[in-house]
Ligand binder design. Sequence first.
Ligand code: ZN
Length: 73
Amino acid sequence: MILFFGTRLRRRLLDTGTFRCPLCGVDRPYDHLEVRTWFHLFWVPVVPLGRPQEALRCHGCGVEWPAGLAGPA
Ligand SMILES: [Zn+2]
């Protein structure tokens, strides 16, 4: 029997908003995400590893930035 296991990132949407994306250079909508590494077995997440991180994913370019970029809305 072959076991498929490893780690994968899972993203969970926390919020949405608008910020000035450093790459796009203009205001863009973003997804505020919780990003966490999970141990997976046959691609099914089993155990979370480490602490969750927060990121902002720009809708324009798709880059994920540290959550501190949003600033007060
Ligand atoms: Zn962007």
